[in-house]
Design a protein around this ligand. Structure first.
Ligand code: HEC
Ligand code: HEC
Ligand code: HEC
Ligand code: HEC
Length: 402
């Protein structure tokens, strides 16, 4: 699935529907008055998959897709055009645990509250929630295991006879064709949402009353679903949206994120990272320059020599999520720890590729510093951060040797 940009789709269809209705109403008025109250009622859902703990994309590849700030801009812009939206999220779903993840989760909750989300996956361990809407009650439900739920929902529907939901909106991690038949069917429309699938996909028609949506994970894409009710029949339209930087973020969302970054700095998360010990110490690129002037000068012209400045520009220099690939020897006790203790190890320096150089410094010889080819780049030039990485051409660009 490629990126499907949001088109001005609804703008066009609403006036046409109104005109058609107006003309047919005119024609009918002389004969029998034909149900003038049969207006089309519509609601819009803006939905996303699970976030995998990613509040903001890293932007390493130069493109920033997703993130709660860009999302907030889209929500604001769409609700200005379409009126209030039903906001549904696939959940925070962190990949790690620890203090940083807790801070992120708090920020996630805060931002979803600010945006007035209606429902997110497994909310407060009360997976079931009923929300009234323009077209009638909507029953939201989420589940993670491959399991049959029809009895739970059927019991509820029996118990609350008055409820008569118009829509069942079901969020799940593992949705198969068995899932569709395990949920009750009736006089309501069913929407199944796969929160876990990584890439966005076109909506699938399961039957005349059921659709299956896949927005993709990590918050990079969203979906916009319109349900229209007329003559007690529900019809739908769906769009996938790439969450680009097209609409400026809401101020509160940006403030909440900045607040998170401030806590990352204050709580000194960089100092809490667990590291392994390296038998050899690091000395920093400046020290190498004493004897390898030519190599140093070449390196100094490359972006590697500015990799930490890049983080400072985007205010992420205290963030363990980012620093690891933008400094020297991050995974070692003797490598970069923080700006105060080890400012000589900022940027992607000589020792990021040639290895710790303290021994070589006290006993220089040609046996030091053979790199392991593409492998010495792979830890940082990971497909998520460097999708176009290609060893021969990238190696050519960093040439600093005779
Ligand atoms: C005190 C001077 C000195 C310092 C400081 C120094 N080197 Fe060297 N380096 C040498 C000498 C001398 C050689 C051996 C050159 C030769 O025999 O061709 C060498 C060899 C190398 C080689 C192998 C070159 C080859 O031709 O095989 C690499 C790679 C290297 N150094 C990288 C570094 C890095 C990275 C640093 C900083 C961590 C560094 N050096 C610091 C003096 C130094
Ligand atoms: C410690 C992590 C790390 C390692 C190891 C690493 N890189 Fe990089 N590389 C980066 C980062 C971070 C940037 C982006 C720097 C910036 O723009 O601030 C980058 C950028 C680049 C660029 C674009 C910079 C330019 O000057 O055009 C090239 C090319 C590159 N790396 C090649 C390589 C190659 C080849 C290797 C392996 C021999 C390698 N890198 C190893 C982290 C690393
Ligand atoms: C796994 C290693 C890794 C991590 C972690 C990482 N980066 Fe990067 N970053 C890179 C590499 C590699 C590049 C260069 C990509 C290329 O040119 O192919 C880069 C480039 C960048 C750039 C320059 C983009 C441009 O347009 O030139 C920015 C900005 C950046 N990273 C920010 C971040 C932020 C913010 C984080 C934390 C959220 C982060 N990085 C975490 C490896 C990493
Ligand atoms: C991004 C990775 C990277 C960085 C950063 C880097 N180098 Fe290299 N360096 C290489 C690669 C790749 C080669 C080519 C030889 C090889 O593959 O081992 C090389 C070659 C060299 C050589 C010649 C080695 C030989 O066998 O002929 C020297 C000397 C050297 N680098 C020194 C430095 C110094 C000094 C710095 C810092 C100022 C530095 N390098 C920064 C990756 C790097």
């Amino acid at each position: 699935m490629g990126k499907i940009p949001y088109r001005r789709y609804f703008y066009g269809s609403i006036p046409i529907l109104l005109i058609v209705w107006f003309i047919s109403a005119l024609g009918a008025s002389e004969k029998t008055s034909k149900e003038p109250n049969d207006k089309v009622k519509e609601i819009h859902f803006f939905y996303t998959g699970e976030l995998l703990g990613e509040l903001e994309p890293c932007g390493c590849s130069g493109v920033k897709l997703g993130g709660l700030q860009q999302r907030s801009g889209w929500i604001k812009s769409l609700s200005q055009k379409l009126g209030s939206l039903f906001l549904v999220d696939g959940g925070f779903a962190p990949l790690k645990t620890g203090l940083q993840t807790e801070l992120k989760q708090e920020t996630y909750k805060k931002i979803l509250e600010q945006l007035q989300y209606n429902y997110h996956y497994l909310e407060k361990n009360e997976p079931l929630r009923i929300i009234s809407s323009e077209i009638g009650p909507i029953l939201f439900f989420s589940f993670s295991e491959e399991k049959t739920f029809s009895s739970e929902i059927e019991n509820l529907l029996k118990k609350e006879k008055k409820l008569l939901p118009k829509v069942l909106f079901i969020l799940g991690r593992k949705i198969t064709s068995a899932t569709f038949s395990s949920f009750p069917q009736g006089n309501f429309f069913r929407v199944f949402l796969d929160v876990a699938a990584p890439e966005p996909k076109q909506a699938v028609v399961v039957d005349s009353q059921t659709i299956f949506l896949t927005p993709g994970n990590r918050g990079r894409y969203a979906g916009l679903l319109k349900l229209s009710l007329s003559s007690s029949k529900i019809t739908w339209e769906n769009q996938n949206i790439a969450l680009t930087d097209k609409h400026p973020s809401r101020k509160e969302t940006t403030l909440a994120f900045d607040d998170y970054l401030e806590q990352v700095k204050e709580k000194k998360l960089l100092d809490l990272v667990i590291k392994k010990s390296s038998p050899m110490g690091f000395i920093g690129s400046e020290t190498c320059s004493m004897c390898h002037t030519l190599e140093y000068e070449k390196w100094n012209e490359s972006l590697h020599a500015h990799a930490f400045d890049t983080l400072v520009k985007v205010k992420r220099q205290y963030d363990p999520d980012c620093v690891s690939c933008h400094v020297v020897g991050y995974e070692f006790e003797e490598g970069f720890r923080n700006l105060e203790e080890s400012d000589y190890l900022i940027h992607v320096g000589c020792e990021s590729c040639h290895g710790p150089g303290a021994n070589h410094f006290s006993n220089p010889s040609a046996s030091y510093g053979k790199t392991q080819g593409a492998q010495s780049c792979a830890a940082c030039h990971h497909p998520d951060h460097s999708p176009d990485f290609d060893y021969p051409s990238y190696r050519e660009k960093i040439k600093h040797w005779r």
